[in-house]
Design a protein around this ligand. Structure first.
Ligand SMILES: Cc1cc2nc3c(=O)[nH]c(=O)nc-3n(C[C@H](O)[C@H](O)[C@H](O)COP(=O)(O)OP(=O)(O)OC[C@H]3O[C@@H](n4cnc5c(N)ncnc54)[C@H](O)[C@@H]3O)c2cc1C
Length: 392
């Protein structure tokens, strides 16, 4: 019997496996296929994340310190900082490197072994999986579910409160050397779309949308073709669900849930790599302690949720509030907000401020709505933007 069975071989699963194997536990990791073979991700992580988790330099395609943000009318705000803010990683290579690191600590990977069910039976968890034609059972003292969004393995722990669909295609571009972000109800209703150069001339075009992602990604690709920004002949977008709120409960008897499966994602952008890695470390720390004491009850594992919520809960709540607020704006209102930001120099004084971390959108949201010019305009536009003590 293993000490821990990690279900899912993405960044969150591999980070938990790396840490727990490093503590000397017998860890096995199940994957649906080979690590890195099923990714749908733009691969932007902050420089802070790259440093904190010692991300393999070989997986970094480029660095970002500026972005061009287009309002629905085409008006432009350019943001830049003196220092590099983010890295663009090769997501497949990154997943492989994270898996290699866990294996070098002793974790045992079982690719092409999707888990079908997870049950707790007395002093162990039992996972049923398929490998080729065979159905197998595997046992461990505890399980970590890190399957990404939309797993049925944790139905007993409630639901993810809200989610959206992400779409992305690899494209060939011309004359694009900066990240571009597009806003507008006709581009990505309620959300946003992006063009991110990776290794020239290649780039990733993507968007988040609650409805019709196939329609909107096709429309976006046609528009970028028409503008001469995208020049490839054919693109096949891929799609994936992105949680916007956490799972109701992220721990149970002998079980923890991490990463997208737990909804540990920035509700503003859908970025989940950094938060997933942070929570993976918290999971490994708490599970390690529980294994040592041989107390794997839900009560004992609740410390994991308390700790990750202490770190990220407020940020997730403000981010979600900001997200819902943004979803209620129409194109005219977004354009008006752009005008106010530019006219009042808010882009220079606030959005480029060095003390606004790339990963903390809550702080930026609170500062933005705290701007008198903006809050006055929102009142005039009758946008419901009351922000009260709920975030204190
Ligand atoms: C279009 C798009 C763009 C994105 N861009 C960014 C970005 O730029 N930056 C960022 O930070 N985030 C981004 N994200 C989000 C990011 O991809 C996720 O937050 C991140 O991949 C979550 O990592 P994870 O390890 O929790 O899950 P995943 O990366 O989904 O990994 C889960 C793994 O588990 C495997 N698995 C699933 N079910 C089973 C099973 N039953 N048995 C065994 N294995 C299983 C899967 O095959 C997969 O390999 C984007 C998402 C989308 C959709």
């Amino acid at each position: 019997m293993h000490d821990v069975l990690v279900i899912g071989d993405g960044p969150a699963g591999s980070q938990v496996a790396y840490r727990l194997a490093g503590q000397g536990y017998d860890v096995a990791v199940l994957g649906k296929k080979e690590p890195g073979s099923q990714v749908c991700c733009t691969g932007i992580i902050s420089q802070v994340c790259a440093n904190a988790f010692a991300i393999d330099e070989g997986t970094i395609l480029g660095r970002v310190r500026s972005a061009r943000i287009f309002a629905p009318s085409g008006k432009l705000i350019e943001l830049w900082r003196r220092e590099n803010q983010a890295c663009i990683i090769n997501r497949s290579a990154f997943d492989v490197s994270m898996a290699n690191r866990a294996q070098s600590n002793g974790a045992q990977y079982m690719p092409s072994s999707p888990a079908k069910s997870l049950t707790v039976e007395g002093d162990r968890v039992v996972v049923e999986l398929t490998r080729g034609e065979a159905n197998l059972k595997i046992e461990a003292r505890a399980a970590v579910v890190a399957t990404g969004f939309g797993t049925r393995l944790v139905e007993g722990l409630g639901k993810i409160g809200d989610f959206v669909i992400g779409a992305q295609a690899e494209v060939e571009t011309r004359d694009i050397d900066e990240v571009e972000v597009y806003l507008g109800q006709e581009i990505a209703p309620g959300f946003f779309a992006w063009l991110v150069p990776t290794s020239p001339p290649m780039a990733r075009v993507g968007l988040l949308a609650r409805r019709n992602p196939e329609f909107y990604i096709r429309k976006l690709l046609s528009s970028l073709h028409a503008q001469g920004k995208v020049v490839s002949d054919e693109e096949s977008p891929s799609y994936r669900g992105v949680p916007l709120q956490p799972l109701a409960r992220t721990y149970g008897e002998r079980v923890l849930v991490v990463g997208d499966a737990a909804g540990q994602v920035k509700p503003t952008t859908g970025g989940g790599i950094y938060y997933g890695l942070m929570c993976a470390d918290i999971a490994a720390h708490n599970l390690g302690r529980a294994l040592e004491k041989d107390n794997l009850s839900a009560k004992s594992l609740a410390s994991y949720e308390r700790e990750w919520k202490r770190k990220l809960g407020r940020e997730l709540r403000i981010g979600y509030w900001g997200r819902r607020f943004f979803e209620h704006l129409n194109d005219k209102q977004i354009d008006r907000i752009f005008d106010i930001i530019k006219a009042n120099g808010i882009d220079d004084t606030l959005l480029k401020a060095d003390d606004l971390p790339f990963d903390s959108h809550g702080k930026a949201i609170l500062r933005l709505v705290g701007q008198r010019a903006l809050s006055r305009a929102l009142r005039v536009m009758k946008v419901p933007f009351r922000i009260g003590t709920q975030f204190s």
